[in-house]
Every structure is written in structure tokens, then in C-alpha cells.
Design a protein around this ligand. Structure first.
Ligand SMILES: [Zn+2]
Length: 494
């Protein structure tokens, strides 16, 4: 009888399901995970519960829907049970190594349950991913010229173009490397920290959470990763140019399409680097003789858009499959051979399933259910997955900006209903025949499916309202207010 099982959870920001080999991506960007998949459970239809990071992680760690404590609350509430607190209470060593996502910080409760918590934010004020806009360095003279240029559309466009190339020249001075330009620690740095922590644990059972940002914009992967996926010619200077062009909001679709051809390999190289570093992590677990006692889960917090529906990145405006559908594989020595689970699997079920796999009691507050017994039996229920967000054009840290209308997606294996509450509109898609979600079905087609998914939406909203944990909601609200007051005081002092 070995020691009790440990859990290693690797979450990857902006991780698209259709960009990994084991789910059919034709380019070899995930060689290690593709091999690992052959001895894992592959969830071919894993669906996040919200987009972006701050609407996804409450489901993954605390197994609840992101808006279930009210729009005013973000993150994990004070004293809210999570997979980490459950495992800490069960005697596990707990460590989190997160690559500098400002929404995964103690301010939002993510340190709860962790003995060791490194968010790589170095005291940076949360809420501000470094600005990727090129409109940051304007002098007074420059602002004057810009104001003058706005007299006609032609001069305005000419100004923007010239100013962009001027900024490019300034930014590229001194020949920066990818490392200079990257805004997050790369996966190799994160794995070094996580593996060092593992090596010092002795025999203790553990829960390790690693969050990697390599596929997150701006895309500056290591040169080694670019060479490995067959893109050795992409220098840091070129990557700087393509990232800056990709972030512009004044380019026509033709130029953006050309830009996308350069951006995709940069994104894929980030995915490749994640894959390579996960292989190092597994190697370390083997060396430490922990691999047979470890349940490993690898997944994403949401995907990324590359203009499929006109948008870039992953703003919380809509819920297309490019954002909802993420890779998920789960490897445990209890399982032999590859099993593919084709039913939609909401990540709200991930934490209870992992706890069940290591025989730790699931907290009562968790809304998801363990699927571990189904996995062991190899027979899976046909479930629906629900995702929700508040459309956000402003600053998610300002509570008034979070009071916007909800978008809700209800998804089964074939159909997806997207409800936009502001417009009072619901669109039903037949995903088998229209996987690109190009045209919603007319109202009089697939009426039974529409009714069934609408009923699920109704039940979800009713349950969210009736089961709201008032105490947690209030303590989260208090925590948020305290933080706003602190920020306000800091601003006044500055
Ligand atoms: Zn994210």
C-alpha cells in the first residue's frame, strides 16, 4: 500500500481545445501531452463555467458558478471552501505557483488553503495587465499633432499609421529579446519553482497548483519553442511588431487576417513551451517516486479568439466555443489506457472529481458532482454545461462596471443556446452541423431542443438565486469594499 494520493493541477491561460494534438490539432505543438493522453482520461468536450480568468476560476477551485455570489463579488470569498482548503484540512502540503495573472492573487482570495503561495506579481497593483496599447507615450506636441490630424478621416488614419511605426522604432531600440518583452514568467521558470517545492516535501502528500501564462497575449514565446514548431525566423523585433499590429483597433479585416497568420505561430509556440515544461514536471515526479501516487489534471481557464467571430483575445463579451472549450486530461495510475469522455463536462465538476479520486471529502458548498466513479466504470452520463459572464467593457475591479447584463450559454453535446439578457435575445446553434456557430437556427426549428435548454437555463438562474450563500456573499462584499478603500487611500497619498 503506497502513500495516499496527491493532486497536481496545471491550468493554462488562454488554452484552446482545438490547438492540442490529442484533440485533433494537426500541428505537432503538444507532443508530450499527446503521448500522456494515451494513458489518461481525455475530456473531449470540457467547458469552462465563465470567461475570462476571474469568471472561470471560482468554478474550478470552489466548484460554483462565477455569478453565484452576486455580480459585486469576484474571486474566492473569505473562508469559502475550495479544493485547496479541503486538501490542506486533509493534511496535504499545499503549494500554488502562478505566473503573474493579476486576478489570481490574495486580493481575490486565491491564496486560501495554500501553505506556499507565489503569484509572481511582485507587489504590482492588481487589476492591470500591462497595457498593450501603443497609445502610451504621447508628448504634448504629439498630442497636438494628433488632435490636428483628426480633422479628416484620411489624416487621422495617416497619423495613426505613422505614430504606430514611430512607436515600433522606439520600442525595438536596443534590440530586445523575447525575454525582455515577455510580461509573465515563462513555464520553465514556473516549473523550476514548483519542482524545487516538490523536492523539499519529503514524503508528505500534496496538492500543487501551477498556472501558466505562456499562450496569453502579448505573445513572446522562447526562441527555442519557435524553432521547435518550425518558425525559427520570428525574431523578437518581428514579434513586437506583430503583437502591436494585432492589438490595434483601427485595422481593416484584410490586414488583421495577414497579421493572424503571424500571431498564430507565436500562440502555438507558447502552447508548445507549456507542453515541454509539463514533461519536465512529470520527469521530476518520477524521480521523486511520486508519479504513481499523483493524480495529474491539465486544463485551461478559457480559450482565445482569433477573429473567428470578429474579436481577438478573450474579453468577456460573448461565449463562443473558441473561449468555452478547453483541453482537459486527467491521469491517474488507477486508470490504464486511454479513455475519451465525449459528453460535455463542465469544469465545475473538476474539483469534486479530483477530491474523490484521492478519497478526500467534497465540501458541502460545492455545486459540481464527482465523476470519478463514472470514470472508473468507463460509463459516462450525458450532461449539459453552463457558462456565464457579465459583459465588461470597463474595469472589472470597479463594482459599478460589473453591474452589466449577463450572457448565459447552455450547452449539450449537440446544441448550444446563448441568451443575451440585455438584448432579450436567445440564439440556438446546431453544433453538429454548424460547429463555427455561424448561423443561429430559426425560431421554429429544433423547438424541443430550444425548450429543453431554456428550461435548464431557468433552473440554473433559479438555483443560483435560491441557493446563494448570503454569508459568503456578504463577507466577499466586505472584503471588496475594504480593498477599494485601501486603493483609494493609496491614490490619495500618491
Ligand atoms: Zn485567463
Amino acid at each position: 500500500m503506497g502513500r495516499k494520493k496527491s493532486i497536481v493541477l496545471v491550468t493554462v491561460d488562454c488554452f484552446r481545445a482545438d490547438h492540442v494534438g490529442f484533440l485533433g490539432y494537426p500541428l505537432p505543438v503538444t507532443p508530450f501531452l499527446d503521448t500522456l493522453a494515451k494513458q489518461s482520461v481525455v475530456f473531449s468536450d470540457a467547458i469552462v463555467a465563465g470567461v475570462p480568468t476571474y469568471f472561470s476560476f471560482p468554478a474550478m477551485l470552489a466548484s460554483r458558478y462565477p455569478l453565484s455570489l452576486g455580480r459585486e463579488n469576484m474571486g474566492i470569498a473569505p473562508n469559502e471552501p475550495t479544493i485547496a482548503t479541503a486538501l490542506l484540512d486533509a493534511g496535504c502540503a499545499t503549494g500554488a505557483f502562478l505566473a503573474g495573472n493579476p486576478y489570481l492573487s490574495p486580493q481575490f482570495g486565491y491564496d486560501q488553503g495554500f501553505e506556499q503561495f507565489q503569484d509572481s506579481l511582485d507587489g504590482a497593483l492588481p487589476g492591470a495587465l500591462p497595457n498593450v496599447s501603443h497609445h502610451t507615450r504621447r508628448s504634448r506636441l504629439n498630442r497636438g499633432i494628433e488632435a490636428f490630424s483628426r480633422q479628416t478621416r484620411l489624416t487621422a488614419a495617416a497619423y495613426r499609421e505613422l505614430y504606430f511605426w514611430y512607436c515600433q522604432r522606439v520600442s525595438a531600440k536596443g534590440n530586445p529579446s523575447m525575454e525582455d518583452l515577455r510580461r509573465f514568467p515563462a513555464a520553465d521558470v514556473m516549473m523550476d519553482r514548483a519542482c524545487a517545492w516538490l523536492s523539499n516535501l519529503g514524503d508528505r502528500r500534496c496538492f500543487l497548483w501551477i498556472h501558466l501564462m505562456d499562450p496569453h497575449n502579448p505573445y513572446y514565446p522562447p526562441e527555442e519553442a519557435l524553432a521547435a514548431i518550425g518558425e525559427p525566423g520570428m525574431s523578437a523585433r518581428r514579434a513586437l511588431k506583430w503583437n502591436a499590429l494585432w492589438s490595434r483597433d483601427d485595422l481593416g479585416p484584410g490586414r488583421l487576417r495577414r497579421c493572424k497568420e503571424k500571431i498564430l505561430p507565436l500562440y502555438d509556440a507558447g502552447v508548445y513551451w507549456v507542453d515541454k515544461q509539463i514533461s519536465r514536471l512529470v520527469e521530476t515526479l518520477k524521480q521523486l517516486e511520486r508519479w504513481d501516487d499523483t493524480v495529474l489534471a491539465v486544463t485551461g481557464d478559457h480559450g482565445e479568439e482569433f477573429m473567428e467571430h470578429g474579436a481577438r483575445y478573450h474579453a468577456p463579451m460573448s461565449l463562443p466555443e473558441q473561449l468555452l472549450h478547453v483541453p482537459l486530461l486527467l491521469r491517474s495510475s488507477d486508470l490504464s489506457g486511454m479513455r475519451t469522455l465525449e459528453s460535455p463536462f463542465s469544469l465545475i465538476h473538476l474539483a469534486p472529481t479530483l477530491l474523490d479520486a484521492v478519497e478526500v471529502a467534497v465540501p458541502d458548498s460545492f455545486r459540481g458532482k464527482s465523476w470519478w466513479k463514472h470514470i472508473l466504470a468507463g460509463s459516462f452520463p450525458n450532461d449539459i454545461a453552463i457558462a456565464e459572464l457579465v459583459t465588461m467593457e470597463g474595469n472589472p475591479l470597479r463594482s459599478e462596471d460589473r453591474m452589466r447584463p449577463r450572457v448565459l450559454a447552455i450547452r449539450d453535446g449537440s446544441y448550444k443556446l446563448v441568451i443575451r439578457f440585455k438584448e432579450g435575445r436567445e440564439d440556438l446553434y446546431d453544433l453538429k452541423n454548424d460547429p463555427g456557430e455561424c448561423s443561429p437556427l430559426p425560431d421554429d426549428v429544433a423547438i424541443h431542443e430550444r425548450v429543453r435548454l431554456l428550461q435548464s437555463a431557468h433552473a440554473h438562474l433559479k438555483e443560483s438565486r435560491e441557493n446563494r450563500n448570503a454569508e459568503l456573499a456578504l463577507s466577499a462584499r466586505l472584503c471588496g469594499i475594504k480593498h477599494s478603500m485601501k486603493m483609494h487611500a493609496e491614490k490619495l497619498r500618491a
